[in-house]
Design a protein around this ligand. Sequence first.
Ligand code: RIB
Length: 309
Amino acid sequence: MLLVFGSINVDMAFDAEVLPQAGETVMGNGYRISPGGKGANQAHAARLDGSATTLVGAVGNDAMAEMALQALTTAKVDLSHIQRLNGQTGCAAIVVDGQGENQIVVAPGVNLAARADHVSEDVLAKANVLLLQMETDYSQNTALALRARQLGCPVVLNNAPAKPLGVDLLQALDVLIVNQSELTMTTQILGIRASDPGVLVQTLAQRFSFNVVLTLGGQGLIACQPGQLPLMLPALIVPVVDTTGAGDTFSGVFAAALVRHQSFEQALMRGLVAAGLSCMRPGAQLGQPNFKDIDAALAAYQTLHRIER
Ligand code: RIB
């Protein structure tokens, strides 16, 4: 089972030709209200890819809560450990431009009140992989990662939105997933400097003995295991409609593949292909592919790039 501890939001997404500058008003073409939140998106992606998935997090006691949990319920993510707290459900304001790029502001609401001790020893013992992101409280993530480590459960952290990571959390990780700006934040604070992202990824992997994945959007990804050279995988070429949540789809599907004991490289490719497919449709969770879509696109991707299965 994949255990995701993380945020649950409602996304208010506006389509506009261009993203607004500071102080500027731009006219949009339309808007959507749909379920989101990095933790929820990752859990949803993993479940659509066929993994038994438990999500632990919090929603408020407002009208948004039901909308936030709708797609997760339909997909049969285990929501029995979701806390319903006094306060607001997390909400994100998103603008998507004509190229599918976005700007996001998140009001976390009760996501910051989700507690790691709500994950019982029983639930943690059943987890094959723990997946975390950074829209919940940092200290709760650290506490849960340390408990998982003690039980021998691999910990995957997507440092998004990026926070400076302490050594205690870093030492509890098996995989760190970051995008370019998140890599910069993560390495600068550790005093690791290099202009080549491959060198940054390799140095980080070596220093902390974990696997590092740098997602590069339309350029694919760079990944590195300790003691090895970085490897680069190209992105799936797709007509891009909306990149919102593409990184979450990657993280969820990647972690689901690890639960099924796929190799690091197989899990990278599966996540990469799933993330590409998710950019073809609007919405974070509503745009995510299922395992059949991923299987088909993965076979084509491997043939195109002559990658052995
Ligand atoms: O990564 C995309 C997500 O970031 C959105 O769904 C939004 O809710 C924010 O958490």
